[in-house]
Design a protein around this ligand. Structure first.
Ligand code: IVH
Length: 673
């Protein structure tokens, strides 16, 4: 056997490294140990050193920002970020109260109860009021410097008005994701064939540790803080000389402009704390984010100091954790749904069971690997849990209850909706139906197009769309704009009036413009943010369709993945036909970029003086500049026009002296037109 071709090996290594760095950094799901990854990288580096001609700019060894193999810089927390002791029932909380009282000379304590936010602990370091570093909790002693990512979180101030004596302060808190944002993110990942995150906490943690801060920015992360440490010029800890208690500290954090969860409350005894624990058990489910319990802290800093800490957690605080809501039920069937982009999703049909206040009869099984890994079978008894209290998930199978002769589940070899071919792309979790005309895909595409976030067609919800698809009235999204309203009125329960209303909302949708249209078209990787950016950058859909990768990636935040997906979309003849059809029916393709004004004032120089009625100096300046004119500060021989309002200054005399034409606002407007 001859030596392996270095060019081929380099190529393979690049692909392999890119794949694994995606899994590690973007998906938070590494498949190989770090050592193995580092070995691949070392081999690539060696081969490139030996064959420098094969070293290309897109090689993982050449990437800026530290390259893929470099982890975040380490940062030592001082004081360390301790963990919390846990309690799970009122008795354990009373035990904590006893320990606290015993540990304090005065034998009594006041408590502060706070919500325990289910996210990722971070430490924000401010130097002279400026955010200098953002670090993950890590192992408590040292964490990862994720400053660039932290800075994209809008809840986190980049500068604060702290007293001059505070040379450095550290703000500690929790980064979290709201449930609604988590659901949206997972939907997008699912459509893109990426693994969904298990819960909002994992999604937040995964998003903070990304290598690309632009992606972090798109993840809608939020922040609540619960601790402040203050240091003077020579590094001396000075918080406890300015603040006396946990309660004062929370108020100070609020004053500094930090988001503080306002549920914090003082209690003079553990009974009060227990009442609050009971009250939040139900109330917390109505919050838009996940909480896994309460944190109970001794309020006074003096008392906290007297109690001290073990090596793991403070003796002055404890977490009270609510039990995760789970239920047992039986899998009656495993069906497969076909999504808009053809993704086949296995769904467990369950014997109806009550969980967290609602009856559950289905649970997503996400994808083929998930079913295999948990080995969920029809007939199995399973434990289900609500992820983020929204999507029920199958947590585990109760093997001891498995009926005899049950069979492992397998993904169907053909699309269950159209019988077409299915395939799973390399590196993807999703199996997809390859038939573009698959009726299930078409219907999902139409539903997506009409949704509020897309073209917002009031009155065109999933059930109506389903009825219209079944009657053959809708085959693709363009058909929406060519409906026969006499037949629409005949659809069950519709009538003339509803048909008339629907017609109105469809007419209104024609004018939504490029941004909403792009969301509606459901192009892979083009979500709301990308659609917004693209619609601002291009005059219309034709201009966007004609753009090449370089033009697309020149737009800040648009990367090669989005660019390639757009190029592929517009290269497809079917898609181009669909767009022509939409155009024919009068759907607006206009971008939101301001159309350039006619350059009527090109080559002319203007000077402004006095007050123009109903137009500020800046507005007048912009008007002139947009029309191609120049605005100068003083009158000279080169000045073409002096625009004079009421109370003009000495510029009017200058203009008269130099024979410059003097005009008013009305004449200016005429010149521009
Ligand atoms: S106090 C020494 N307060 O829970 C005090 N932590 O399970 C330690 N957490 O690492 C933290 N909400 O990331 C505190 N109101 C809150 C909290 C909170 C969430 C997290 C934090 C901590 C973990 C311990």
């Amino acid at each position: 056997m001859g030596k392996t071709d270095p060019a081929k090996r380099i190529d393979d290594l690049k692909k392999l490294i890119d794949l694994h760095s995606r899994k590690y950094y973007l998906e938070d799901r590494p498949e190989i140990p770090d050592e193995e990854f580092d070995k691949l990288m070392a081999e690539l580096r060696r081969l490139e050193d030996e064959n420098p001609l094969f070293r290309t700019a897109d090689s993982p060894t050449q990437k800026v920002g530290g390259g893929v193999s470099e982890n975040f810089a380490a940062y030592s927390h001082n004081p360390p970020m301790l963990s919390l002791d846990n309690s799970y029932n009122p008795e354990e909380l009373r035990e904590f109260d006893k320990r606290v009282k015993k540990g304090l000379a005065r034998g009594d304590a006041e408590y502060l109860a706070e919500l325990k936010i289910d996210g990722l602990g971070v430490n924000l370091i401010y130097e002279d009021g400026k955010l200098a570093q953002g670090v993950t909790r890590g192992d408590g002693k040292s964490g990862e410097d994720v400053t660039a990512n932290i800075k994209t979180i809008s809840d986190i101030p980049h500068s604060i008005k702290s007293p001059a004596a505070w040379a450095r302060c550290e703000v500690r808190g929790e980064i979290y994701m709201r449930r609604a944002d988590f659901v949206k993110l997972n939907e997008a990942r699912h459509e893109a064939g990426e693994e969904p995150f298990a819960n909002p906490r994992n999604a937040a943690a995964g998003s903070v540790r990304l290598l690309d801060a632009n992606i972090t920015k798109s993840r809608k992360l939020r922040f609540f803080c619960y601790a402040l440490y203050v240091f003077g010029k020579n590094g001396n800890a000075m918080r406890d000389s300015v603040l006396k208690s946990q309660h004062e500290m929370m108020q100070q954090l609020e004053k500094l402009g930090f988001p503080v969860n306002d549920a914090y409350k003082k209690h003079s005894s553990i009974d009060g704390v227990l009442d609050e624990v009971a009250a939040w058990e139900e109330k917390r489910k109505k919050l838009p984010y996940d909480t896994d319990g309460l944190v109970v802290k001794v309020n006074s800093f003096l008392d906290q100091r007297e109690l001290g800490a073990t090596s793991k957690f403070p003796r002055w605080a404890i977490a009270y954790k609510y039990a995760a809501e789970q239920a047992e039920t039986v899998v009656q069937d495993i069906v497969v749904q076909v999504g808009r982009t053809g993704t086949l999703t296995p769904v467990a049909e369950l014997a109806p069971v009550l969980l967290a206040g609602s009856t559950i009869s289905r649970a997503t099984l996400h994808n083929e690997d998930n079913v295999k890994q948990k080995d969920v079978r029809v007939g199995d008894s399973v434990i289900i849990q609500k992820a983020g209290d929204i999507i029920p998930q199958v947590m585990k199978v109760l093997l001891e209850k498995r009926p005899d002769r049950s069979k492992p589940w397998a993904m169907p070899k053909k699309c269950p909706a159209c019988g077409g071919e299915v395939a799973r792309a390399e590196g993807e979790a999703a199996v997809r139906c390859l038939n573009r005309r698959c009726p299930a895909q078409q219907m999902e595409a139409i539903i997506h197009f009409a949704r509020r976030d897309s073209m917002d067609i009031d009155g065109l919800g999933p059930s109506r769309i389903e009825a219209m698809v079944q009657k053959g009235m809708l085959k693709d999204i363009a058909d929406i704009f060519n409906l026969d309203y006499a037949s629409v009125a005949e659809i069950e329960k519709m009538g003339k009036k509803s048909a008339g209303n629907l017609r109105q909302s469809i007419e209104a949708a024609k004018g939504r413009g490029l941004e909403k249209l792009l969301v509606g078209l459901g192009i892979r990787h083009v979500g709301e943010r990308a659609a917004f950016l693209l619609a601002r950058a291009f005059a219309d859909l034709d201009a966007l369709a004609a753009a090449d990768e370089a033009q697309l990636t020149a737009i800040h935040e648009i990367g090669p993945e989005i660019a390639q997906s757009l190029i592929q979309f517009f290269a497809d003849a079917e898609n181009r036909k669909l767009i022509e059809k939409l155009k024919k029916y009068g759907v607006s393709m206009e971008g939101s970029r301001e159309t350039p004004a006619a350059q009527t004032l090109a080559g002319k120089t203007f000077v402004l003086t006095g007050t123009l009625e109903g137009m500020s100096r800046n507005e007048a300046k912009e008007l002139i500049q947009r029309a191609g004119g120049k605005v100068s500060g003083s009158v000279s021989k080169k000045t073409d026009y002096l625009v004079a309002g009421s109370d003009p200054g000495s510029k009017l005399d200058d203009a008269h002296k130099l024979g410059v034409t003097v005009i008013g606002k009305e004449e200016l407007l005429k010149l521009v037109m």
